[in-house]
Design a binder for this molecule. Structure first.
Ligand SMILES: [Zn+2]
Length: 347
């Protein structure tokens, strides 16, 4: 085997490689003659090691990880909701959110008409029933000629609000939510995997599978966060792909570009789940850190159960994504990021 194809040598090469080319870096302030490893610490965190410095690597336990989460959640507001019939069968209710930390349009893809957003249904000064129907704050279904948002004559469904205009959740719905926690998936946008048929990752497959399960159970919520490429954006993700083609794994590629291995934040998802009154959930994930992140510092959302997302290619021969790239991607998730996937990958 030639040195160029010796995987261990390639990995050594990336371990030795200084983090950053100023030319490649997204951070203009990083242009400097002596590159330093990226520092992604919060102010009170201990120093982190690089992958080539295993001796001093800091392993956080769950309570430490929780302690490092932000004290306050973002403020989110559902500004519109609409029913979407889907090509897959089940109807969904798409909720579009604004927030006070970025200007992106984060979404909640809701299966089930009776999962209701507090901020959407909150009464607004001087608004009419027609206004409420237009922004999606209605019960049941819309039909030509309907005039009242708060009550659906056909289904008999009705909402009530308190004196401040806040939606009141019926007691039996709250009890039901505790007894039968809702299926939830927190999904970060992946243009390449969801739209450009990429076999470098399994995001598209996981998204489809989450939707299939929620459609089957008739209830669920996919919180869809606009944080492409583990939060580094599509342009930087494409550069990371080129570094992967040069031999880096997904973690190394991000570090070489001076980005954290994972720059995502899930506090927006926590705030959206609370807005939808989904505070006891069954979370579809293989990522133990996501459970802690979604629960948040004060555990205002509780993950009652974790449902594993097993790649389809592992479940049935000839199904799912078959590519060496996705094998490497999954292997890095298991070996470098602590994901809870059982099957060993032999590549
Ligand atoms: Zn992806």
């Amino acid at each position: 085997m030639s040195a160029a194809h010796d995987v261990s040598n390639e990995n050594d090469m990336f371990d030795r490689m200084p983090i950053i080319s100023p030319v490649l870096s997204a951070n203009e302030n990083s242009a400097q003659s002596t590159p330093k490893p990226i520092d992604i610490r919060h102010e009170d965190e201990p120093e982190l090691s690089t992958s080539s410095d295993k001796q001093s690597e800091i392993i956080y336990n769950d309570s430490e990880k929780r302690r490092l989460l932000p004290d306050e959640l973002p403020v989110v507001e559902c500004i519109a909701r609409a029913r979407i019939p889907t090509t897959q069968g089940p109807e969904i209710f798409l909720h579009l959110y604004s927030n006070n930390v970025d200007n992106k349009e984060h979404l909640a893809i809701v299966f089930g008409e009776d999962i209701r957003s507090k901020s959407l249904f909150r009464r607004r000064p001087n608004e009419t029933q027609s206004d409420r129907m237009t922004r999606g704050a209605y019960v049941g279904k819309l039909y030509p000629g309907r005039t009242v948002a708060d009550k659906d004559e056909r289904s008999g469904k009705e909402i009530t609000c308190d004196a401040n205009g806040e939606l009141i959740y019926p007691k039996e719905e709250i009890e039901q939510e505790i007894k039968d926690p809702t299926l939830v998936r927190i999904h970060s946008e992946c243009y390449t995997g969801e739209t450009a048929w990429s076999a470098r990752c399994d995001c598209g497959e996981q998204f489809d599978e989450a939707g299939r399960l929620m459609g089957k159970f008739g209830k669920g919520c996919i919180v869809y966060l606009r944080q492409e490429g583990r939060g580094i954006g599509l342009g930087e993700k494409l550069k990371a792909y080129n570094l992967q083609d040069l031999g880096a794994d997904t973690v190394q590629a991000n570090l070489l570009l001076r980005h954290p291995a994972d720059k995502r934040s899930f506090s927006l998802a926590t705030a959206i789940l609370i807005d939808l009154n989904l505070v006891n959930v069954r979370l579809l994930t293989n990522n133990p850190d996501k459970i802690i992140a979604v629960e948040g510092k004060n555990r205002l959302v509780k993950v009652i159960e974790r449902i594993p997302m097993v790649p389809l290619a592992w479940q049935h021969k000839d199904s799912g994504i078959q590519s060496t790239e996705v094998d490497g991607y999954l292997r890095t998730k298991i070996e470098r990021m602590g994901h809870l996937l059982q099957k060993p990958i032999n590549i």
